[in-house]
Design a protein around this ligand. Sequence first.
Ligand code: PGA
Length: 257
Amino acid sequence: MNRRYRKTIIAGNWKMNKTASETKQFADELKTILPRAKWCDVLVCVPSVNIPAALRAFKDMRVTVGAENVFYEKNGAYTGEVSADMLKDLGVKYVIIGHSERRQYFGETDITVNKKVHAALEAGLHPIVCVGESLEQRELGVTMDLISLQVKSALAGVSAEKLRKCVIAYEPVWAIGTGRTATPEQAGEVCTFIRATIRHMYGARIARSITIQYGGSMNPGNAAELLAQPDIDGGLIGGAALKPDQFVAIINAANQE
Ligand code: PGA
């Protein structure tokens, strides 16, 4: 973390978990144990149907509500999809884009990720752009080439001014939901590389100010070590974000003076 230059963001990614009533239950429980997080922002990204329930439930807490996906067209005949304007109008601030599960199960590509980033920015949302290599790619030694390609493709055509609204999440696919976390050094190395890539694209000042999260089996036991890496500015957390006590333990790790 480097709080002098950029925000630390602890974000939950609920994926396809929790009903609207379970959302309220989570918020009620969280309320009793949530610390005054002075040093980090807390965000919960929920399934789109639960967004209104989440906005109500987290209203009086310092917890921001985000979405897990968005479609890139403004409106039209796209049955089942949700537009950036719809999310913005509800009061959503952040949206996860290009999560590896979307790439793996729903055919998202670097091209659609780029279109979604533009649509989100256009609507005034903050995209959380996910990048990450598979185990095979890591073993082939092409991690940095792939990350560079993903970052450059996702941000193609994004102005420096708009980039200030973006967050990047490095999520090695082999660490997601597997209990197998990247070591702090492995995670830190890629996050430093992502910042260097952004420096080449946008210059040092902007690169210094962008929040880069790590995601992939982050939990209360490993959060402090991961967050101690200079270029890891928070976490995108799946499993551990579904339990208020574990989520709070990670927030506490990010909130150390
Ligand atoms: P995990 O998920 O923490 O359950 O590994 C992280 C993510 O997919 O964002």
